[in-house]
Write a protein of this length. Structure first.
Length: 156
């Protein structure tokens, strides 16, 4: 059988040439796949944004109102219609948002007079227990600095 062989014998593979070629192929392939993956991800986010916009428009059409992230954050902080000479039942922290985990801007001392903005309207926020009562209603106002205070601690 060896006498009938017409092609020359193959030389053994040279590993020093094979490794750079494989690395080049893998690098080129991984770059192409990375670009394709980024394009797919971008398309997902684009379609997600489109879907969210469509859902918001649909909800607006059904309800006639614009959806907001939360009622308290959307509350107007209009202090031109403030209720003045309101006293705090206890010393309370005046906060950046209507929840107990929000940053305290200052305090409204017990018995100190201050004002409640928005015509004295209370807004829903985080639940709390203060001044002997549980609630989730908050006022926007204060004595020296305006912010969110628990409704249960304000005499009005």
């Amino acid at each position: 059988m060896d006498a009938l062989r017409t092609e020359p014998p193959r030389s053994p593979p040279r590993p020093e040439l094979a490794l750079p070629l494989v690395q080049f192929a893998l690098t080129a392939m991984s770059k192409r796949h990375r670009i394709q993956r980024e394009e797919r991800t971008t398309m997902k986010f684009k379609s997600l944004g489109t879907a969210a916009t469509a859902a918001a428009l649909f909800a607006t059409a059904l309800t006639g109102t614009i959806a907001t992230a939360g009622t308290a954050a959307a509350a107007p902080e209009d202090c031109s219609k403030a209720i003045i000479n309101v006293k705090a039942k206890e010393t309370v922290k005046v906060r950046t948002s209507p929840k107990t985990s929000a940053t305290a801007l200052g305090i409204w001392g017990k018995g100190k007079k201050g004002g409640i903005c928005n015509g004295g309207k209370a807004y829903k926020g985080g639940s709390y227990k203060a001044c002997g009562k549980k609630s989730n209603m908050w006022y926007y106002g204060g004595d020296k600095v305006d912010g969110w205070v628990p409704k249960t601690c304000i005499n009005w």
